[in-house]
Design a protein around this ligand. Structure first.
Ligand code: BGC
Length: 748
């Protein structure tokens, strides 16, 4: 005991606060870490590299389920460096007390939870937030999540998930920013900044984790955990940029992926986790495995047994074993037998201890678990306001025939129908385990509080989300016949997207389409509100509904946010971060595809198309309507020929040609028309800007592009531009654009 205090005192001396702030400098931290490493036994080092979940909570197959008191003993023996799925100020304090007071070296524990879109105040699912294209709002949502979570003792979130996904059958598309590497990179940066703030030393900032490295979103057939295989060019141009962006934004940790990439499981993939991550990009933070992803290398067939799996993960560069218990069981022997060097172990432990220092845990291990602060910040009114604001901004207006929307809040009778319209359980969506479903406002509650006192709100469920019971449809129709307008909330349940929630169909589950048809037949104005965690293929709904709002899963403020849009308090401004297909058979369908040698131009046979369905999506990437209209004109470049070292300045005029104030997201795409031996995508998003316009108002929006924006992995594998013709396209979505060209000059 005495020894431990002497050691801690020594560490604090080495960590003397610098006079400007309490925050230790890099040098002070490294000295303290080196000193501590010298004191640690091999078993204590391996303990730091081992992470376990609380006994009752699992987000994967359970391994070696431990009783709490067994964990307590392991903490005392210095065999645990971090817990996941562990929160509340009391629980984290109790475990931290054991670590600090009862283990030999008193090294504080690191507590991690998947705070994906909020702690208690739940924000829209990440795919929904991405539809806002509002980077400040996205950063703010992550900031608030961190403020609430850190008060509950959580130091580390396993977010943002920055996996690009071009296949909506994959359930985890809900957790990311959609299909585009540029938008995905901007959002990755915003989320990292939000979680980590300006300094990890602040009590209300937390470690972020960019996951899952890499290409997990490219799972074959959209089936979770499935194999991925792709060229290095696709890997580097599509799947890796958001990871790089997160690292440039200072992300503290990276999680390895479950999938095999080009024959090698990502968790044992040295090319990804060391050569690219550390050697090319200079990442010096912590790499954690995914839940038992080290063990799964045996099942992949890439390791003969657990010991070899542990060895491969170490050699690849995984510092911490999440839930696998393999580092704990095998590293000792691997070091003794010379297969892993102790220097390598030290390197991993250094990554872990450095972050514990950066969080200030050595100075005050209890600074995050603060019951009073937790009480004060969770569900803080400011957080609820922010959640309502970003939830409304995430809504995408997909259709609005003859201005069905906005609705009149003083109408006599409104029918609210659908299995999701008054269903607290579903509103928070996937990955919201720390949230409280009862606190989330349903659409029925939101509409009831938004309409006038005289308005009668009628409600009927109509059918379930999944069952084939049609018995409620007639009742819903009778109710609808009495109303002035119908708001019908259909879609997926919360557990139909997220991890291990792949779907082979992308239509409305159960008999919900029958409900849509029956209500459309009443000829009453029909507003369909979609709740779902992916792009759906819903051409019939598009034909039948008068208006459609894509609302994803919006979290705590769901009902209020949707009502704000329904009744026109908020003019919708969301734009799709993912292409909506007409049919699941079109998948993968994404806007930045290649042209092929025989593109379908509607003029004949032997072209790249289906016999039975159009190539066109139902709604393209970047699409979203407003209650007003925007006109684009005067797309201009400041030069027609561009020396490579120069900047290209682009301007475009946008006018609000409707009669409401509105927000437009102006999107700039390019196409490299002839890139010497390499075919480039037909469009690539390179910039976007959001502008607010009053009715009749016009603004000139300017963008600048430089050589880096025209660069790609060329035939010689260099990331550089090629001289030649470039198309510049600007519009309010990826399909309807103004277009001009410029020529990139060689060399100069
Ligand atoms: C998921 C990760 C998550 C981890 C811990 C895994 O199953 O793939 O994204 O962070 O569980 O909950």
């Amino acid at each position: 005991m005495k020894y431990r205090y002497a050691l801690l005192a020594l560490l604090f001396l080495c960590c003397k606060p610098n006079p400007q702030s309490q925050e230790p400098t890099e040098t002070e931290i490294q000295t303290a870490v080196d000193n501590l490493l010298r004191e640690m036994s091999l078993s204590e080092k391996i303990g730091q590299m081992s992470q376990y979940s609380q006994p009752t909570i699992a987000s994967g197959p359970e391994r070696n389920p431990q009783k709490s008191d067994m964990y307590h003993d392991m903490i005392r023996e210095g065999k645990i460096g971090s817990f996941l799925w562990t929160w509340t100020s009391e629980i984290t304090r109790e475990l931290q007390e054991i670590a600090v007071n009862e283990s030999r070296l008193g090294i504080p524990l690191l507590f991690a939870v998947d705070i994906i879109h909020g702690y208690k105040t739940i924000f829209p699912i990440p795919l929904g937030e991405a539809a806002s294209w509002d980077l400040d709002a996205i950063e703010q949502s992550a900031r608030i999540a961190a403020i609430e979570a850190t008060a509950a003792g959580i130091h580390w979130t396993f977010a943002p998930m920055v996996d690009i996904a071009r296949d909506s059958r994959w359930g985890r598309i809900a957790e990311g920013a959609g299909e585009d590497p540029y938008l995905g990179s901007e959002i990755a940066r915003a989320r990292v900044k939000g979680f980590q703030g300006n300094s990890l030393y602040e009590k209300n900032t937390m470690l972020a984790c960019a996951k899952h490295m890499a290409a997990y979103g490219a799972a074959e057939g959209g089936r979770d955990y499935n194999t991925t295989d792709m060229s290095d060019r696709v890997l580097r141009e599509i799947y890796l940029p958001p990871f790089k962006a997160a690292i440039d934004a200072g992300v503290a940790t990276i999680m390895s992926a479950f999938n095999e990439l080009n024959g090698i499981p990502a968790t044992g993939n040295r090319y990804l986790l060391t050569e690219i991550l550390r050697q090319e990009w200079g990442f010096d933070g912590l790499v954690v495995s995914d839940w038992t992803s080290i063990n799964e290398m045996v099942i992949h067939g890439a390791a003969a047994d657990d010991a070899e799996a542990a060895e491969l993960a170490m050699l690849a560069g995984v510092d911490m074993d999440m839930m696998g218990d393999l580092y704990q069981s095998h590293l000792h022997h691997l070091v003794q037998s010379g297969r892993i060097s102790e220097t390598q172990i030290d390197q991993s432990v250094r990554h872990i201890l450095t972050l514990k220092h950066k969080l200030g845990l050595f100075k005050d291990p209890f600074r995050y678990c603060d019951a009073e602060r937790e009480q004060h910040v969770v569900f803080h009114p400011d957080h609820l306001l922010a959640a309502r604001d970003i939830a409304a901004k995430s809504i995408v207006l997909l259709k609005n025939r003859t201005r069905t929307l906005p609705l009149e809040p003083r109408m006599a009778k409104i029918a609210v129908i659908g299995p999701l319209a008054d269903n607290h359980k579903e509103l928070n969506g996937t990955w919201a385990a720390t949230g409280e479903a009862d606190r989330s406002v349903t659409l029925l509650e939101g509409i009831t509080s938004a309409v006038s006192k005289e308005t009668e709100v009628l409600y009927e469920k109509g059918c379930d989300i999944l069952s084939d019971d049609r018995s409620g449809i007639d009742r819903a129709v009778q109710l609808a016949q009495q109303a002035d307008a119908i708001v019908l909330n259909v879609g997926e349940s919360a557990d139909m997207s997220g991890e291990a929630k792949s779907r082979a169909d992308l239509d409305l589950p159960g008999v919900q389409l029958d409900l849509v048809k029956a209500l459309a037949a009443t000829q009453k104005p029909l507003v369909v509100v979609l709740t779902n965690g992916r792009a759906l293929a819903i051409p019939e709904v598009d034909e039948l509904a008068d208006a459609i709002l894509e609302t994803w899963f919006l979290g705590t403020q769901t009902g209020h946010a949707i009502s704000d849009v329904l009744f026109g308090k908020v003019n919708p401004s969301g734009k799709l971060p993912v292409t909506f297909p007409r049919h699941v058979g079109q998948i993968p369908l994404y806007y930045n595809h290649k042209n092929t040698g025989r593109p379908d131009l509607g003029n004949g046979d032997y072209t790249s198309k289906y016999l039975d369905i159009d190539n066109e999506p139902l709604y393209p990437f970047g699409f979203g309507l407003s209650y007003t209209t925007f006109e684009y004109a005067d797309l201009k470049l400041d030069k027609q020929t561009l020396p490579m070292k120069d900047t290209l300045n682009i301007t475009v005029k946008i006018r609000n040609s409707g009669n409401r104030k509105g927000r437009e997201t102006v999107q700039l795409y390019i196409r490299d028309v002839a890139a010497r031996a390499i075919g480039r995508p037909v469009k690539e998003l390179k910039r976007f800007a959001q502008i607010d316009l009053a009715p009749g108002e016009e603004k000139i929006v300017g963008f600048s592009l430089n050589a880096k924006d025209f660069s790609f992995y060329r035939h010689d594998n260099r990331f550089a531009p090629e001289p030649g013709l470039i198309k510049i396209m600007v519009g309010g979505n990826s399909k309807n654009v103004l277009e001009t060209t410029c020529t990139l000059l060689s060399g100069v």
